[in-house]
Design a protein around this ligand. Sequence first.
Ligand code: SF4
Length: 152
Amino acid sequence: MLRGYVDRLDVAADGRIRVVDYKTGRAPSPLFEAKALFQMKFYALVVWRLRGTVPALLQLVYLGNGEILRYAPQEADLLATERKVKALWTAIERAAVTGDWRASPSRLCDWCDHRPLCPAWGGTPPPVPADALERVAGRTASAPDTPGLDES
Ligand code: SF4
């Protein structure tokens, strides 16, 4: 089950869909555009799976400098995104089975509340709960075991 919120979804009279996301910062350099677009392609994948229509346009609006990043996704893009999401999920399940949750240090560590518990910074994380695998795999009574996408 995947659940998320899209900032804005425009549907034209002819049915074409535009996915819009607003960012408070400035537009990324061309080097980091692909990373920014992954989120948008993920939204597009969810819209495609839920509505059966590949969005015509993905639009990132950077309020920090007024720049707009636009991308017209193709089915092949979204299938590649789907493969990547599934690979990520497999990695998460593997981590749940082995208990080997790797820290991923980056500049974001400067703002992270978990830093005192993070092994990347000399901390010791709390023990993994016994039911971690069940919770990750969505096999508890409170979560369905059928993978799917939830429009929220
Ligand atoms: S401090 Fe640890 S948990 Fe937080 S962002 Fe950095 S690597 Fe991740």
